[in-house]
Design a protein around this ligand. Structure first.
Ligand code: ATP
Ligand code: MG
Length: 503
């Protein structure tokens, strides 16, 4: 039926059209091109009974992932992916190792709602001026397109879209895997997905039940968190951004990081572990915050070590700009200096981050700082209102020990508990050290071995404390004696001078 000549003719016709289109794009002024495109569009619309709705991936100047887009993505993943032929394997779902599949770019699927058939397609556009960009994929704009017959306009725009959003959000909650995010250095923000945060599945096993601390204090924190998470109306009523700041402070090994994990598990929130040293400046800090989702905990660990934020709201360093002219002449020198200066996040930048205008974008965020040296922090950073609750994580008490004994040895009582309780009154030991002593070295090990290890450690710690105290006292005594001796010597000298004056 089809001859080789026909194919050749058809091929050359297509080829001709392509060449014409390329020439049109190359030689026609952009304004004329826009006109032609607009009128072609109108002409097609005149005969086309189908309506299209476009849902772009990013909302508001590409700052934030659109929630609608995400809901559609979830809905299609769950409901329509099975019918798509071009699929994208996004990730592996934690322990079950099953692939998460979604529609690939330019793929199309159909969906049926109350007997009406609609078409969904996944598309992307690359802005023309970016086609020669160094990072060709950087500015890709993805969107979903919904197409349906105009006679179903009311049903689709009023009921179907609403249905998709509700379903999509419900699916997201059902499949919600909590994530642990860390910020990428900004030189990696460009590229295919432009991600400012990398994530892994958050699977920390710590809970408030396994957290060793004084029970009343623990309950108070849990109540506080619960009140916060249920406080949407309250925050709206008093006109405050729906966020809460916690400062966790205490010596190493007292459970600050463990507490954060327990909080995340308690509230079912994501965790954003913000590494401040990888943030170049305040603008980057803002961008990172905008990309965090609600229902999340933003953590800055060891705030005192992260940056030199203490004490100064970025007073310009002396001589910072002294040799600017020199730098202009020598780019190598400039780069070297930039590198030395490192991060330029300032205290005021961080304060804005916490309670400035940016922190009110979206809600339900908890911000946690941890530190080993609370006294080193600038009071402006930790004043109430910014850090609403200060929690001291301190040495292990007997009540906290009982939690660890239950965690590690599965026991609630033991005759050795009395001895241990007495020792806790006399000495300081961190929960991390207690845990280390209690951990059984083999399966079915007698719990008494762990308890005896702990007693030994407590006695050793007590002995050390007594010895240190005695040494300190001896040093103080020696210093006092020396001062007295020196004072006596000076008195003698004064007397001698007095005598010679009389003569
Ligand atoms: N209060 C606690 N309850 C239960 N386990 C604890 C507690 N404190 C410490 N641990 C145990 O000790 C280990 C170290 O604790 P964690 O990392 O939470 O301490 P940290 O206070 O964050 O220390 P650092 O100041 O060095 O960061 C944890 O893995 C945990 O097993
Ligand atoms: Mg820690």
């Amino acid at each position: 039926m089809f001859s080789a000549e026909m194919f050749t003719g058809f091929g050359s016709a297509i080829g001709g059209l392509v060449v014409m289109w390329a020439m049109f794009q190359q030689y026609t002024p952009p304004q004329l091109q826009q006109h032609v495109e607009r009128y072609t569009h109108k002409l097609v619309n005149l005969f086309n009974p189908y309506i299209r709705i476009v849902f772009p991936e990013f909302a508001g100047e590409k700052l934030k992932h659109s929630e609608v887009y995400m809901a559609i993505q979830n809905y299609l993943k769950e409901n329509a992916t099975a019918r798509a032929k071009w699929l994208k394997a996004d990730a592996v779902r934690d322990s079950s190792q099953s692939l998460i599949l979604s529609m690939d770019d330019h793929e199309e699927v159909t969906d049926v709602f109350e007997g009406v058939k609609v078409r969904w397609s996944s598309n992307k556009t690359t802005p023309k001026n970016m086609s020669l960009s160094f990072y060709p994929m950087t500015e890709d704009r993805r969107f979903y397109q919904l197409t349906f017959h105009q006679r179903h306009r009311k049903l689709i725009t009023e009921s179907y879209v609403k249905h998709i959003l509700t379903e999509g959000k419900a699916i997201a909650i059902k499949n919600r895997q909590r994530k642990l995010y860390t910020n990428n250095p900004s030189q990696n923000w460009f590229g295919y997905k432009q991600t400012k945060w990398s994530h892994v599945v958050f699977e920390h096993p710590a809970t408030f039940e396994t957290l060793a601390m004084e029970p009343n204090k623990k309950q108070e924190i849990m109540n506080d968190l619960k009140k916060f998470s249920e406080g949407k109306e309250y925050y709206t009523k008093v006109g405050k951004a729906w966020k809460r700041g916690y400062l966790l402070y205490g010596p190493p090994g007292t459970g600050k990081s463990t507490m954060i994990a327990a909080m995340a598990n308690f509230l079912n929130y994501n965790v954003y572990d913000l590494e401040l040293t990888a943030v170049k400046d305040n603008t980057e800090l803002k961008k990172l915050l905008i990309e965090t989702s609600s229902k999340s905990i933003i953590v800055i660990e060891d705030i005192d070590c992260s940056l030199d934020l203490t004490g100064q709201r970025k007073t310009k360093e002396k001589g910072e700009d002294d040799d600017d002219d020199d730098e202009n002449d020598n780019p190598m020198k400039k780069m070297e200096k930039e590198e030395k200066k490192g991060s330029k996040v300032t205290l005021s930048g961080l304060l804005n981050f916490i309670d400035g205008i940016w922190s009110s974008c979206g809600g339900e965020r908890i911000i946690i700082f941890t530190t080993n040296h609370v006294d080193k922090l600038d009071p402006a950073l930790i004043r109430r209102g910014r850090m609403d609750k200060h929690i001291e994580m301190s040495y292990c008490c007997f009540e906290a020990f009982k939690v660890l004994a239950r965690n590690y040895l599965d026991i609630d009582h033991h005759p050795l508990f009395t001895t241990i309780s007495g020792l806790f009154d006399k000495t300081k030991i961190t929960p991390a050290d207690v845990a280390e002593n209690l951990i059984p070295k083999s399966n079915n090990e007698d719990p008494e071995i762990g308890l005896r290890n702990l007693i030994q450690a407590l006695e050793a710690a007590e002995e050390l404390e007594v010895r240190n105290k005695a040494e300190e006292e001896a040093r103080a005594k020696a210093k006092k004696e020396e001062q007295e001796k020196k004072g006596n010597g000076e008195m003698e000298e004064v007397k001698e001078i007095g005598k010679s004056d009389k003569k």
